[in-house]
Write a protein that binds this ligand. Structure first.
Ligand SMILES: NC(=O)c1ccc[n+]([C@@H]2O[C@H](COP(=O)([O-])OP(=O)(O)OC[C@H]3O[C@@H](n4cnc5c(N)ncnc54)[C@H](O)[C@@H]3O)[C@@H](O)[C@H]2O)c1
Ligand SMILES: [Zn+2]
Length: 351
C-alpha cells in the first residue's frame, strides 16, 4: 500500500517483501539507467545483493558503495569519497542514488544525491524503525562537522521511499526500541488516539503504525516546508534537552531515541509548569516510554553539569530567546516563549 510522503509528494511504500520489487518500483518512476547503492558495512552484507538483483532484473546497472557504520561516518569527507567512487563508476547526471540503511545512510546518501551533478534523484530504503518513521520523511539531508550535527546539508526530497518491514528482523533490539521514542513524540504532539493504541501495539504488524507516522510527519512538514511558521518546530518536542544529553554523553552513552526519551520526560515536566499538562498524562507518557525499554532517568554517574553547557549549543536559543515545545495535553503541542533556562534546568535536575 502507498502512503504519500511530504511535499513535493512522493510515494512511501510500506509492507513485507518489498525489497524484491525495488527495480520494478523504481522503473515506474525514474528513467535513469544507472545508480549507486549507498549502504554501511553492517547492512550491505545483509541486503545489498537483493536490492542489486532486483535492479538488474529491471534493467538497471548498480554499484554498491559502503561506508563504516555509525554517526562518525556522516561527514563531508565521507560524502566526497562517495562522490569520487560514483564518478569512478561512470555515474553521471542520468544516474540516481539509493540509500540503503538507517538515518546515517539516509542523510549522507541524500546529501550526495543533492550535490552530485547539482542534484540527482534519491530513493530511500530505510532499514531502521527510526529511519522509516522519521529521517526518511521530510527531505532533510546532511552531514556533521566537528562543531555540531547536521550543520551542512540540503533539502532534497526522495523520489520514492521503500519501507520493507522484513529488514527490521535483523535490527538490534536497542535500535528497534529507540524508534518508538520518535513514534511516542509524534503521538504526544498530534495523535492522542495513536498514543492509546501504542499501549498494546501489535509488533508483528507494524505497517499501520509506520504509515500513520509517515502521515503525521508529512503533514507537519508540508504545512511548513520552509521551516518558517513554527509548525515544523513541533517535531523538536523533547529534542532541546535530548540533544544536550546526547552531546553531554559524547554521542556514545545514549542512542538518539534514548536521549529523546529523556528529553520527552524533561519537556513533560516543563509542560506541567508552563502549559498545564496534567500530571497523570505526564506519568502515562513515562509509562509508555518504559514499555519500550526507553530510559526515563539519567544514570547516577552521568555528567549532569555538561547537559547544561551543551544546552547553549542548541539552535533554539537564537537571539538569547528559547523556543521550547510544550504540550498542554497528549495530542497537541505548541511553541512557548515563556520557558526559562531555570525551568529547563529544574526539569533535568529531576531526571
Ligand atoms: N533527516 C532527518 O530528518 C533526520 C531525522 C531524524 C534523525 N536523523 C539522523 O538519523 C541518524 C540516526 O539514524 P539511525 O538511528 O537509523 O542510525 P544508524 O543509521 O546509525 O543505524 C543504527 C545502527 O543499526 C545498524 N542497522 C541499520 N539497519 C539495520 C538492520 N536492518 N539490521 C541490522 N543492523 C542494522 C546500522 O549499521 C547502525 O550500526 C542520525 O544521524 C540523525 O541525525 C535524520
Ligand atoms: Zn529525533
Amino acid at each position: 500500500m502507498e502512503t504519500r510522503g511530504a511535499a513535493p509528494s512522493y510515494p512511501a511504500l510500506v509492507g513485507s517483501g518489498l525489497i524484491a520489487s525495488t527495480g520494478e518500483e523504481v522503473a515506474k518512476r525514474l528513467r535513469c539507467p544507472r545508480c549507486a547503492i549507498i549502504s554501511d558495512t553492517n547492512i550491505a552484507p545483509l541486503l545489498a545483493d537483493r536490492v542489486k538483483q532486483s535492479l538488474t532484473s529491471s534493467g538497471f546497472q548498480s554499484t554498491v558503495i559502503t561506508i563504516p557504520p555509525g554517526e562518525k561516518s556522516k561527514t563531508l569527507g565521507q560524502a566526497g569519497a562517495i562522490c569520487d567512487q560514483m564518478i569512478a563508476a561512470c555515474l553521471d547526471r542520468q544516474s540516481f542514488v539509493i540509500g540503503l540503511g538507517g538515518g546515517v545512510i539516509g542523510d549522507i546518501s541524500g546529501f550526495v544525491a543533492a550535490i552530485f551533478h547539482r542534484g540527482i534523484p534519491h530513493v530511500q530504503i530505510p532499514t531502521t524503525l527510526l529511519a522509516m518513521v522519521d529521517s526518511s520523511i521530510g527531505g532533510k539531508t546532511g552531514v556533521n562537522t566537528g562543531a555540531g550535527k547536521n550543520l551542512i546539508g540540503a533539502v532534497h526530497h526522495p523520489s520514492l521511499v521503500i519501507d520493507d518491514l522484513d529488514v527490521l528482523k535483523t535490527l538490534p533490539q536497542r535500535e528497534f526500541n529507540q524508534g518508538f521514542a520518535e513514534i511516542i513524540k509524534h503521538a504526544i504532539i498530534s495523535d492522542a488516539e495513536m498514543f492509546d493504541a501504542l499501549k498494546d501495539v501489535d509488533l508483528e504488524n507494524l505497517a499501520p503504525l509506520i504509515r500513520r507516522n509517515i502521515e503525521i510527519k508529512s503533514k507537519i512538514v508540508t504545512k511548513d516546508e520552509g521551516d518558517r511558521t513554527g509548525e515544523r518546530a513541533l517535531l523538536n518536542f523533547g529534542h532541546t534537552v535530548g540533544h544536550a544529553i546526547e552531546r553531554a554523553g559524547d554521542y556514545r552513552e545514549f542512542l538518539h531515541g534514548e536521549a529523546i526519551s529523556l528529553g520527552i520526560v524533561a519537556a513533560c515536566d516543563v509542560s506541567i509548569k508552563r502549559a498545564g499538562l496534567p500530571r497523570d498524562q505526564r506519568n502515562g507518557i513515562v509509562d509508555l516510554l518504559q514499555k519500550f525499554e526507553l530510559p526515563t532517568h539519567l544514570p547516577p554517574n552521568f555528567p549532569r553539569e555538561q547537559i547544561f553547557d551543551a544546552l547553549q549549543y542548541d539552535k533554539k536559543f537564537e537571539g538569547g530567546k528559547i523556543r521550547f515545545v510544550v504540550t498542554s495535553g497528549i495530542g497537541s503541542a505548541h511553541l512557548s516563549s515563556e520557558v526559562t533556562v531555570e525551568d529547563i534546568r529544574e526539569a533535568f535536575d529531576q531526571l
